[in-house]
Design a protein around this ligand. Structure first.
Ligand code: URA
Length: 448
């Protein structure tokens, strides 16, 4: 196999065979194909795309490059959720214990913040002592005991994807749908799931800003999951504005605990319940959507989900009383600065990328994978598009480590919220449901 021949074929619009993808990734993971050749291949894919059989071949090759969990002995359905990311998205912290409290095993493997989007692992690590780097053996033992574990992708899972993803980040080839789908699914399929629910975020704060790209990504990932016997469903959710109020690590943990207590912002609760409904349905533990949703609501209102979260926290090294007194355990920012409306009007936009970028400026996010994050800092977003405000109403609160940090964030955030005389057109909070059978446009829930 000559790598240049394969690159040339892809560059000219041809397809590689499954065996060729397998060999390519095996040699690349072993270090026998240099990054410059793989970068050329990724760019060729970016422009030429991949056929379904090629995406399947690439996914299988990356999946088979590492270890896989083996969870059949749990004797119950195993379901995870994956989100394509956003700002203020703390859904995983609520959803995992909620679904586990309904009797489904949830082996949740999450990522870290990168760029403007937050990461579940950083949020969890805002809890003092919380360990996300459990070995696979320890993760399995916790799943056997509690039915839920919240960990990061270990070095052993899909190492070929890890290498390729880093290369794509450095060569402007991340936003290629076949590569994103293969990358995400190679890691998810390593979890030995019986079901997977995808939260494909769409809008200015998401990877995908256009509906048609989100639908294409959802369909591609669903095909990969279903072909391997993992029931896969996607919801398209709005990420044109930050989700909820809290954006930042410790404050998102606090907001998650409020949600687990049955309170918290409506938008996060609605997205969480919709995803929980789908997880219970793919798990096969509820007869229909109404029964699944009722079960999820019950787990929230009864306190079972909160109790499960508390047990997970303790099992993974966090403090015993966290859920009862989060403020006593979580880091708080010493400086708070409010940005208020300078006139009356309707909120047009709250720019998620500007909020995410201000969090990086405050030290709560990452521009490089090696950056440390400050759990205490963040931004509270008090308004959503469509809200009517009067001059002087608070729009944002900056949570900073220092006055200088607050000033730098304030100058970035000056363009985060825009006002107009009339409300903007409504957007659906959850716009589509995608399954192997097709795409359903969902009625109802709008963001404003
Ligand atoms: N997340 C991943 O894990 N891979 C991608 O390619 C994009 C997002």
């Amino acid at each position: 196999m000559r790598v240049t021949d394969l690159i040339e074929r892809k560059r000219d619009g041809g397809a590689l065979t499954r065996d060729e993808w397998t060999a390519l990734m095996r040699y690349y993971a072993a270090g026998d194909i240099p990054d410059y050749q793989m970068a050329a291949m990724a760019m060729a894919v970016y422009f030429r795309g991949m056929e379904d059989a090629e995406i399947e071949g690439l996914t299988a090759a990356m999946l088979e490059s590492g270890e896989r969990l083996s969870l059949g002995h749990l004797g119950r359905p195993r379901v995870d959720k994956h989100s394509t990311g956003g700002v203020g998205d703390k859904v995983s912290l609520v959803l995992a214990p909620l679904v586990a409290a309904c009797g489904v095993a949830v082996p949740m493997m999450s990522g870290r913040a990168l760029g403007h989007t937050g990461g579940t692992l950083d949020k969890l690590e805002a809890i003092p002592g919380f360990r996300t780097d459990l070995s696979l053996d320890r993760a399995v033992a916790q799943l056997e005991r509690l039915g839920c574990v919240l960990i990061g992708q270990t070095d052993a899972i899909a190492p070929a994807d890890r290498r390729l993803y880093a290369l794509r980040g450095a060569t402007a080839t991340v936003p290629a749908i076949p590569l994103i789908a293969a990358s995400i699914m190679s890691k998810k399929l390593a979890e030995d799931l019986t079901g997977l629910v995808l939260d494909v975020t769409t809008g200015a704060g998401a990877f995908m800003t256009r509906l048609e790209d989100s639908l294409a990504l959802a369909r591609t990932m669903i095909a990969l999951g279903e072909r391997r016997g993992c029931r896969t469903v996607a919801l398209l959710t709005d990420m044109d504005a930050p989700l909820g109020v809290a954006c930042g690590n410790a404050v998102e943990v606090e907001e998650s605990i409020a949600l687990l207590r049955g309170g918290g912002p409506d938008d996060v609760r609605e997205v969480t319940l919709a995803l929980a409904t789908e997880m219970l349905l793919v798990a096969g533990v509820a007869a229909d959507a109404a029964a699944a949703r009722a079960r999820a609501v019950r787990a929230l209102t009864s306190g079972d989900a909160l109790e499960m979260f508390g047990r997970i926290v303790v099992a993974q090294g966090g403090p015993v009383g966290l859920v009862d007194a989060p403020a006593a355990h979580l880091a708080a920012a010493p400086v708070r600065r409010v940005i208020a409306a300078d006139r009356d009007g309707f909120i047009q936009r709250v720019e998620p990328r500007v909020v995410g970028s201000a969090i990086i400026t405050l030290g709560g996010g990452r521009s490089r994978t090696t950056d440390a994050v400050d759990p205490a800092v963040g931004v509270l977003v008090h308004v959503r598009p469509g809200a009517r405000v009067a001059a002087g109403d608070p729009l944002l609160t900056i949570l900073a480590r220092s006055e200088a940090g607050a000033a730098a964030a304030a100058s970035e955030l000056a363009v985060a919220v825009s006002l107009a005389e009339a409300p903007p057109p409504a957007r659906a909070l959850i716009s589509h449901r995608v399954t192997a059978a097709g795409v359903e446009e969902l009625p109802g829930t709008v963001t404003h």
